[in-house]
Design a protein around this ligand. Structure first.
Ligand SMILES: [Zn+2]
Ligand SMILES: [Zn+2]
Length: 382
């Protein structure tokens, strides 16, 4: 199989400095796949790196686990087709369509041995700490890739499996939610995926947001009640309490990451409930811990995803529905990464819950579902 020597890539050089360059096609290391990229999702952490970073990208100093140092290709939510194999990889991977979650873990440290690979001592992310998928090709370890053969999802849909894994992990952190009423604060990005994951897990979902359009999407995805919040703590509380009704809230998912959001979560969570902090607070918040003791409330953190459990569950969830254009209506070419995704997202006016990039596309197009999905023909020839 002939693989070209160079490829087009979006290369991050620093804050607000992404350049579209011709760079060498990477070669897969031992246990890795060379993937011709199908579709890539752009997410909040990509926006954070572009607008305010580098935070995670090892541009200024080498990454302790990957050794990457310098400009980097982002893109950590992706799908594609396997066109090359590193040493020791089973020949059957060749030609497979895959989804990747980009999680790289050592498999040997105490956290990995406990099954918490997201907390690995030497955790690294493809597209965060080593070159990612906003390019023609990417390499990734087989452990963070799932073959799509049996799943029946398109390459566009497969790019949604990684963010869905984050939502599945949020739910796993909360524990059993079947038959329980949960409050979900913030449905703009990961919150929309969380609606799907919660509904799938049997929860009754009360969703809040400051944006009516996002709430309409949450309803389409299966949220049972929605409440438009305004920032007026008293009025918002009244609206949420009315939407919860006679049931008792068992879990509050705080996704907004805002200070009013976390204060509302702490206030609304009743005795014996769990609060899952999905959104990352930018500054410390004072908490009355006596209430946590006396009310037996539980505060729960959540970070990334467990590739061994959350990722396959997320693939099954993506395969179980066909309305993903609600979340990701448009797929745009690589060169529109900044104008169509990073810039509007950084200004709080994203074009959609999820903007997808197709590095092979020359013009913007709609999401392609599994029925209308054409057979993927790799650009390389045998
Ligand atoms: Zn992401
Ligand atoms: Zn480890």
């Amino acid at each position: 199989m002939t693989i070209p020597e160079t490829m087009r890539a979006a290369v991050y050089h620093g804050r607000r400095d992404i350049r579209f360059e011709e760079v060498p096609v990477p070669s897969p290391g031992p246990g890795e796949l060379l993937i011709e990229v199908g579709t890539v999702g752009v997410c909040g952490s990509d926006v954070g790196e572009w607008a305010h970073g580098p935070h995670q990208h090892p541009v200024d100093a080498p990454h302790p686990a990957t050794g990457h140092h310098g400009p980097i290709i982002p893109g950590h939510e992706f799908s594609g087709v396997v066109v090359g194999l590193g040493e020791g990889v089973d020949e059957r991977w060749r030609g497979s369509s895959i989804a990747s979650c980009g999680s790289v873990a050592c498999g040997r440290c105490p956290a990995c041995l406990r099954g918490e690979t997201n907390l690995c001592r030497s955790y690294a992310g493809v597209g965060l700490h080593r070159d990612g998928a906003l390019a023609g090709y990417v390499t990734a370890p087989i452990e963070c890739c799932l073959a799509l053969d049996e799943a029946g999802v398109s390459l566009d849909e497969a790019a949604l499996v990684q963010p869905m894994s984050i939502a599945v992990h949020n739910v796993a952190r909360a524990g059993d939610v079947d038959g329980q009423t949960v409050l979900l604060q913030g449905v703009g990005g990961i919150g929309a995926f969380l609606v799907c994951a919660l509904v799938d897990a049997g929860a009754r979902v009360v969703a809040t947001d400051r944006d009516a359009e996002r709430l309409a999407i949450a309803t389409q995805l299966g949220a049972h009640e929605t409440v438009l919040v305004t920032g007026d703590a008293v009025a918002d509380r009244e609206g949420i309490v009315a939407a919860v009704g006679d049931d008792e809230l068992r879990v509050v998912f705080e996704v907004s990451g805002s200070r009013p959001g976390v204060l509302s979560a702490l206030d609304l969570a009743p005795r014996g409930s769990r609060i899952v902090l999905v959104g990352i607070q930018k500054a410390p918040v004072e908490i009355d811990l006596a209430r946590f003791t006396l009310d037996e409330k539980v505060l729960i953190g959540t970070n990334a995803l467990v590739r061994e459990t959350d990722f396959p569950r997320a693939l099954a969830l993506i395969a179980s529905r066909r309305d993903w254009e609600v979340i990701a209506p448009r797929v745009v070419p690589l060169e529109q990464l900044v104008d169509e995704a990073l810039l509007p997202m950084s200004e709080g006016r994203p074009r959609a819950v999820k903007t997808l990039i197709d590095p092979r596309a020359v013009a913007a197009r709609s999401l392609v579902g599994r029925e209308e999905s054409p057979a993927f023909s790799p650009a390389v020839a045998d």
